[in-house]
Design a protein around this ligand. Structure first.
Ligand SMILES: C[S@@+](CC[C@H](N)C(=O)[O-])C[C@H]1O[C@@H](n2cnc3c(N)ncnc32)[C@H](O)[C@@H]1O
Length: 243
């Protein structure tokens, strides 16, 4: 049995008892997960923190971000990181987070307990973040129904709505990061992102469980609403000239 830095042993078994076999397997995987133990050690609310940190280590999306919007924030580890990198404080809030679940307060983060699909969510998020964001990040996953295809479609829908929100609000040069599924990103969504950002890629961080089909979609370097509009106008002019 391996010991972790906080003295917990990996490879622990949960005694057979009242728990259902599936719940026991989940609990065993959880207590033996080195990222869960590292999150505890480093003061993060969730192991998800390491997915963002890993993506950032390779793609530098947090560096220089002055304002960040966190979609699907509970329990709050991405928001903890966002508050730190933006230097957000209660007096000068630079991070807005949303989740329909309750998120315990995080200093410097304005938390909205609301469905992101609510019509008024975009307005409330922009009001809460207090200026143009440089990063819109979404770890939203639809609550599971037990029907995998339905769950994937719902999460993909959240990813798509988040992407359209990002191109509406991001500062030029900003980035968009969202949870998606292997092979799940629609072609139309990818094309829209490629039109609006300099680089678009799929990422599977090591801290994302290998048995999970979870992936992240990263769109880097927002071209800006004017640049994209000018390119569209030029394309339309070109088509008209050819007629
Ligand atoms: C994987 S968790 C996020 C973990 C978070 N990134 C962290 O670091 O703590 C996904 C979250 O998305 C939220 N979510 C899913 N659909 C949502 C929606 N329509 N509006 C707001 N939050 C949503 C869920 O409630 C859940 O808390």
């Amino acid at each position: 049995m391996t010991k972790t830095p906080i003295g917990r042993k990996l490879g622990q078994k949960v005694k057979k008892g009242k728990l259902k076999a599936s719940s026991r397997r989940w609990l065993e995987r959880h207590i033996n997960d080195p990222y869960v133990q590292r999150a505890k050690l480093e003061g993060y609310r969730a192991r998800a923190a390491f997915k963002l940190l890993e993506i950032d280590e390779k793609h530098q999306i947090l560096k220089g971000a002055r304002r960040i919007i966190d979609l699907g924030a509970a329990p709050g580890s991405w928001s903890q990181i966002a508050a730190k990198v933006t230097g957000s404080t209660e007096e000068d809030v630079r991070v807005a987070a949303i989740d329909f679940l309750e998120v315990a307060p995080i200093p410097g983060v304005k938390i909205l307990q609301l469905d992101f699909l609510d019509d008024d969510a975009p307005r409330q998020l922009m009001e809460a973040v207090g200026g143009t964001p440089n990063l819109v990040m979404s770890d939203m996953a639809a609550p599971t129904t037990g029907h995998q295809k339905t769950d994937h479609l719902r999460t993909m829908h959240l990813c798509e709505v988040a992407a359209y929100f990002a191109v509406e609000v991001l500062a030029e040069g900003g980035h968009f990061l969202a949870k998606t599924f292997q092979g799940g990103t629609e072609k139309d969504l990818l094309n829209m992102l490629k039109q609006n950002f300099r680089q678009v890629m799929h990422i599977k961080p090591a801290s994302s469980r290998s048995e999970s089909v979870e992936m992240f979609l990263l769109a880097k370097g927002f071209k800006g609403r004017k640049a994209v509009q000018d390119a569209d106008d030029a394309a339309i002019e070109g088509e008209t000239a050819e007629e």
